[in-house]
Design a protein around this ligand. Sequence first.
Ligand code: HEM
Length: 427
Amino acid sequence: MSDISSILNESARALAAAFDPNCLSPGFYADPYPTYSALREFAPVHRCPDGSYFLSRYADLDRIYRDRRAFSADKKAVFGSKYGIGSPLYEHHTTSLVFNDPPYHTRVRRQIVGALTPHALKAMEPKLIALIDRLLDRIEMHGQCDLIEDFAAAIPVEIIGDLLRVPHAERDPLRGWSLAILGALEPVLDAEQQARGDVAVMEFVDYLRTLIAERRKNPLGDDDMLTRLLREEQAAEPLTEHELLHNCVFLLNAGHETTTNLIGNGLHLLLTHENELQRLRAAPELIATTVEECLRYESSNQFGNRLVVEQVEIAGTTLAPGAYLTLCIGAANRDPQGFADPDRFDIGRTPNPHLAFAVGAHACAGMSVARLEARCALLRIVQRFPTLALAGHPFRSNRARFRGFRVLPAKIGNGYGGAWPGGAGSV
Ligand code: HEM
C-alpha cells in the first residue's frame, strides 16, 4: 500500500472510531457520505459513546429489517427516558404503529394498509397533477422561487390532507405540527424542541378529535381514508379512540417531511447533474427509475432503529438483548456491496433494491403515495421549465435523520441570477 493510501486509511479509521451520532459537525450535515464510507469499512457495527450501536452495511440492515424475532421496533423504553413517560410525545410515538411489535403493530397496519387502497391512489392522481400545475403557474409568474416552500413542501401536505379529507382552510398548521413532532426524533433534543413537540402533539390530537367526531356524524365515500378507518370500528379488533387519533397523526406526519425531502433532494440532484437532467428530459419514461435513484442516493429518511431481543452476531460483533441499534439507511444505500459504483447518480440504475422505505414487516405503508407524488412533481417541473436552474445558496435543514433542504432557491429564466436573500449557510 502506498504512503498516501495508508494515511487516507488511517484517517478514515480514525473518523469511524470517533463517530458520535449525538455530536455531529456542520461538515457531516453537509456531506455525511465520507463518514458513512469510513464506518462501513472500519466499524460496520460501531459502538457509540452512549453504548448504542450504529450499523452501516447494506446486508446487515437488510437482514435486521427482515428479522422481527431477534429485533424489536418497540421504543417504549427509549422514549420513556427521552421524553418522560406519559408526556404527549411519549404517548404519541409509543402508540404509532411504526414503533410497535405484533400483535398491536399487525392490527393497526392491517387497517391502515386496508384504507390506503389502489382506488384511493387512483383518485388522487388528477388532483395531484392539477395541484402541481397550479404551483408551476405561480412559479412561472414570479420567474424565481424557493423550490422547497413554493413547490416540494406544498405537495405532500395537500395529498395527505386529501387522503383524510382535512378541509382546505384547516391545513395550514399541519406542516408545523409535523415538523415539531418529527424533529423530536432527532438523536439530540433540547428542552425547547421537546416543548414544541409536546405542544404540537396536543394541538394535533385536539384538532383530529374534532375532525373524527364530525366524520363519524357525516361519513364520506370509499376513497376517504378516515371514513374507511372509522368503519373498521365495527371490525373484530377495532382501534380505540386513542389509537386511532395517534395513528392518524402519525400518518399525516409520515407522509409530509419525507416526501417533501424526496422532491427537494431530487430537484437538487437533477439540477446539479446536468447530464442526468438532460437524459430525463430526452427520455421521460426514465422518471420511475429516476425517483428510485433519488431515494437511494439522498435517502430522505436516513436512520431507523431496532432493539435487540435475542442474542445475535453481526459482522463479528455479538449483540446482546437490550442493545439499541441505529440502522443507517443513507450509508447502506451507498454500500459498494449492494450497488455498483454507488456514489454515481444514475437515473437509469436497475436493479435498485434500496432501503429508503425499509423492508420487512414495517416497510413503508405509503411508498406508492410518495412515489406517485415524486414522479409527477419532478417530471412536470423539469419538462415545463427547460431553463430551470439553482440561483443562490441552498440551506440544508440540519437534521441527521430526515435529510433535506430548508431553502432551495431557483430561477426559471435568464433574468434573475443573484443570490437568494438570506445568503449562504444552513438553518
Ligand atoms: C419519501 C417518502 C417516504 C419515505 C422515505 C418513507 C420511509 C419510511 C420508512 C423507512 C419506514 C419504516 C420505518 C421502520 O421500520 O423503522 C416507513 C414506515 C411508514 N411509512 Fe413511510 N416513508 C415515506 C412516505 C410515506 C407516506 C407518503 C406515507 C403515508 C401516506 C407513509 C406512511 C408510513 C407508515 C404508515 C409507516 C409505518 C409502517 C409500519 O410500521 O408498518 N410514508 N416509512
